[in-house]
Design a protein around this ligand. Structure first.
Ligand code: GLU
Length: 469
């Protein structure tokens, strides 16, 4: 085990966002590729916005994406006593102070600073007050931000960000009701969890400077930062419900395999040469902070589909069946029967090769998942009267005796076509309709082999009986 510790620290306030999934993935890859630890902290201090459902969505999303974390999830709100303890420690060591300003007084001070065009950050007049002057009034605890010098955020993606200390407020650590603020909670938790690398969205870059104030005041080692640019939609605007699906669960429901999502999300803002398609093992070995791009990445559904296609084609049948089962469950559909599972195991060999998603894969396997009577798709229903149904009368009896192997079946079909002076392509639509109820099916012979003699003949007879004029 190396000393690398990363974390994902989502706020449980809605669906799990695809950006959170990408951040989690980057942290997971970084830790797993270095034999380190990857932790999950739920930032649930905002009681008005945090919900159990949102927390479940995060856990479900992580599980689906295969982003396993070490130990139990850590609840930030449960650690409040520790945050208070640290604020008091800062108070005792003179790194923080009690501030008795009222809301009105603070506003007056701020307005004064604006009118005087004062460039400096907020400093309370209580900063250096003697305890003997303290009133018996509610107070907050503020950090004593350094007045001179600079704070440098060394960021692996953004480079060095230099901020004048005179621009950093004496921010509040504990509110007047004694509750800790978010910024304190994050710094204390990251320290206590032993986090060595903070990889997160660059919308948190400003927070890093303030969190560094806390680290420095406590003489804690500052973690390595990597603030990653956000994800944009195909229109170049920030990813939102208007330009893309934003929640992880939507991608699950669209039928993308988790491995494809991991592969695609890894490519979203990070690269390894021109490699587009890779395995988890490769990604874990290759992933580094230096190759994270500096500008926002664009979500590209076409690329996701292409990667998805490759993953589906390259997954072995048993694993694919397992994932398909999970997909059905997520869609609230009934599970496969044992007979369907047996047939699917055979049919995946020829159905998994050119599909972008599990929904397309299921569609291709419609011939297995349908039971008699086979329902027809609307476009077939309309065209049925134009098809040469008489072929069935000749073909079906001969299917009773043919050897049930692909080349014998092909030979028989060719003979029958010759007999009725039609081409196979004229006859195939009837067989597709009878066997699958659809025009988009695997090869007629592949379907026959998987369905077997009895079921194939059963479907052809029933079709003929139902649709003969
Ligand atoms: N809770 C923050 C969020 O959901 C992340 C904070 C952090 O990574 O430091 O965006």
């Amino acid at each position: 085990m190396s000393n690398v510790v990363t974390r994902i620290a989502p706020s449980p306030t809605g669906d799990m966002h695809i950006g959170t999934a990408r951040t989690a993935l980057f942290n997971w890859l970084y830790a797993r590729g270095r034999n380190g630890k990857f932790l999950l902290r739920i930032e649930d201090t905002d009681k008005n916005r945090s919900t159990d459902a949102a927390q479940d969505a995060i856990l479900d999303g992580m599980k689906w994406l295969g982003l396993d974390f070490d130990g139990e999830p850590i609840s930030q709100s449960k650690r409040a006593p520790r945050h208070v303890e640290i604020a008091n420690k800062l108070l005792e060591t003179g790194k923080a102070y009690k501030c008795f300003l009222t809301e009105t007084e603070i506003n007056d001070l701020r307005n004064l600073a604006i009118n005087n065009k004062s460039p400096s950050a907020f400093r309370s007049p209580w900063r250096n007050a003697l305890p003997s002057t303290f009133p018996k009034k509610p107070f907050v605890i503020r950090i004593k931000a350094p007045e001179n010098g600079f704070t440098v955020i060394k960021d692996e993606v953004q480079g060095d960000i230099v901020i004048k200390n005179s621009q950093l407020d004496d921010m509040i650590l504990l509110r007047s009701d004694g509750s800790p603020v978010y910024m304190l909670a994050v710094a204390v938790d990251d320290h206590d969890m032993g986090v060595t690398h903070i990889i997160r969205g660059d919308d948190h870059l400003n927070n890093a400077a303030r969190q560094n104030l806390i680290y420095s005041a406590l003489n804690w080692a500052i973690p390595v930062y990597a603030h990653i640019p956000l994800i944009h939609g195909e229109d170049g605007k920030k990813l939102s419900k208007r330009n893309a699906a934003t929640s992880v669960i939507e991608y699950k429901k669209m039928g993308y395999p988790a491995a494809a999502m991991r592969n695609y999300l890894a490519r979203l803002g990070w690269s390894h040469g021109d490699d587009e398609f890779f395995t988890d093992e490769q990604a874990k070995t290759w992933f580094n902070l230096q190759s994270i791009g500096k500008s926002p990445s664009r979500f590209d559904f076409k690329k996701l589909s292409n990667i998805s296609k490759l993953h589906i084609a390259n997954t072995d049948n048993a694993a694919l069946l397992h994932e398909l089962t999970g997909y059905l469950k997520a869609m609230g559909q009934p599970a496969f029967s044992q007979a369907q599972l047996n047939s699917l195991l055979k049919s995946l060999d020829f159905t998994k090769n050119a599909v972008k998603s599990f929904s397309e894969l299921i569609e291709k396997n419609r011939f297995i998942l349908q039971e008699r009577p086979i329902s027809l798709e609307p476009d077939i229903e309309e065209r049925i009267k134009d098809l040469p149904l008489n072929v069935l009368k000749i073909l079906t009896p001969q299917l009773q005796n043919v050897r049930w192997e692909r080349n014998y079946l092909e030979e028989l079909l060719n003979l029958v076509c010759e007999q009725i002076e039609l081409k196979f392509r004229d006859v195939a639509p009837i067989l597709r309709a009878a066997l699958a109820g659809s025009s988009k099916t695997p090869s007629v012979f592949d379907m026959m082999i998987v369905l077997g003699r009895v079921e194939t003949i059963g479907r052809l007879i029933e079709f003929e009986d139902t649709y003969k004029n």
